[in-house]
Design a protein around this ligand. Structure first.
Ligand code: ATP
Ligand code: MG
Length: 430
């Protein structure tokens, strides 16, 4: 069933979107926390190194002759760490050089005094390869015996940042895989959830089909009995005859309703028997016009349309007759006495044939024009009921057209008239 398939797809889609948003958020938060952890770890190392360098500078000044083991204040670092110590005048006192690819940038940065305070900052330096080099730097001003020294400490953290980027990319790939698996899982679960609904729906459809089928027999018995009573010579009293007449007409309405319901139920169950063969649409139209003429005459309606030319189409003759009947019946029903109804066979081409039923009746308001094809929809309930309408005609017409791969359209203006146009395929591939 289409609605079950589309609900299943919708459920899966909603689930996937929610999962997708959740995964993106998760990956973003993991990335942020990894970034934060890495930054704080490295920043701590750099500011410790800055303290060590400051301490060593003070030691140098106080013990000018001491031989200092450079690795003492440099012990917990690696070769990516560098430092430069300047006097406020810009004289270089001590240093461990940065690697040659970043030194020019680092010196430039220091000369521009881009640092404020002792914060650790990360800079993206341009490189020849196009991928930026990430350098983390801090600056510390130390005071040793009335003189100031400025210590710059930094580290090339490119490898760490590219590692972080790779880890995030990996997470994204895993996220996409997780999303695909989750969507597939969601699709399977949605399918399972729908099974009981589908079963209940099937049962209900079967019930409607069985019930309407079973109702037909008793109705025909009542009908036959009413006919018998009417023919009975012993019943002469006019009142009784009238009552029996009423019974007959109600039973007639009910029989129509029941057979319409059966048709709808069968089409729901895909149990409509269809016999596609070649037929002349023109002939079917004229037959219908002839059949409906007495009904039109009762309302003094001029029913036009005859001598149609031959247009052969592939169709189930009975169903197309029923379709024409539904449209002509509506046209007569919803046109006041003295109006006009016209059946028109349109120009056919290789692919399609067209016919229209046009009336000068009450018309259909624009907002109702789509709804009239729904089951049990009647624009004016009271009037339609009076006329014996159940609101099933046009929905049956739609069903018949579905089988024939055709379509129907409506043009209407309230109080002016309505025109229903049907398009039928000429050749149906079975
Ligand atoms: P049923 O055909 O089952 O006996 P119905 O005629 O009420 O009952 P439909 O044929 O489905 O049901 O039509 C639905 C509604 O559309 C009608 O109740 C009527 O209000 C409106 N309608 C249909 N055809 C016309 C028309 N030619 N002119 C004006 N209104 C129409
Ligand atoms: Mg109708």
């Amino acid at each position: 069933m289409e609605i079950f398939q589309s609900s299943r797809l919708r459920l899966t889609l909603v689930y996937s979107v929610i999962m997708g948003i959740f995964l993106i958020l998760l990956i973003f938060l993991v990335h942020l926390s990894m970034d934060w952890a890495m930054f704080s770890e490295q920043a701590q190392e750099i500011s410790d190194a800055a303290d060590d360098v400051a301490e060593a500078q003070a030691y140098h000044i106080h013990h000018p002759n001491a031989i200092v083991d450079e690795s003492r204040y440099y012990k917990n670092t690696n070769d990516r760490l560098f430092f430069y110590v300047f006097t406020p005048e810009g004289q270089l006192l001590d240093f461990v050089r940065a690697s040659f690819r970043i030194e020019p940038f680092v010196l430039e940065f220091m000369s521009q005094e881009k640092f404020e305070g002792a914060e650790v900052q990360v800079f993206d330096l341009p490189s020849e390869s196009g991928r930026p080099i990430n350098v983390m730097m801090t600056c510390k001003v130390i005071q040793i015996d009335e003189t100031n020294q400025i210590v710059y400490v930094g580290k090339d953290v490119t490898a760490l940042y590219s590692g972080l980027q790779k880890a995030t990319n990996m997470l994204l790939i895993l996220g996409v895989i997780a999303l695909v698996i989750a969507s597939a899982f969601g699709h399977i679960m949605a399918g399972r959830a729908i099974i009981p609904l589908q079963e209940a729906y099937e049962k209900q459809k079967q019930f409607a089909a069985d019930a309407s089928h079973e109702l037909r027999t008793p109705l025909s018995v009542v009908m036959a009995s009413a006919d018998l009573l009417l023919a009975d010579p012993s019943i002469q009293e006019p009142f009784l005859k009238e009552v029996i007449g009423d019974v007959k007409s109600e039973v007639k309405k009910m029989t129509k309703l029941v057979s319409d319901l059966l048709m709808v139920a069968r089409s729901d169950n895909n149990a409509l028997k269809v016999k596609i063969q070649k037929a002349d649409l023109g002939k079917l139209l004229s037959q219908n016009v002839r059949m409906m003429t007495p009904l039109a005459e009762k309302k003094e309606i001029l029913l036009e349309g005859e001598d149609f030319r031959k247009v052969m189409i592939d169709c189930d003759e009975q169903k197309i007759k029923q379709l024409i009947l539904i449209l002509v019946d509506n046209a007569i029903k919803y046109t006041p006495n003295g109006g006009r109804v016209k059946v028109i066979l349109g120009d056919a081409d290789e692919q399609a044939a067209y016919f229209s039923v046009q009336d000068s009746g009450i018309g259909i308001a624009p907002e109702d024009q789509k709804k009239v094809f729904e089951r049990f929809y009647r624009v004016d309930k009271a009037r339609s009921r009076e006329m014996g309408g159940n609101g099933l005609g046009l929905s049956i017409a739609t069903e018949i057209l579905r089988i024939h791969e055709g379509n129907i359209s409506v043009e209407s203006e309230p109080n002016k008239g309505t025109k229903f146009t049907v398009k039928l395929k000429r050749v149906l591939v079975k």
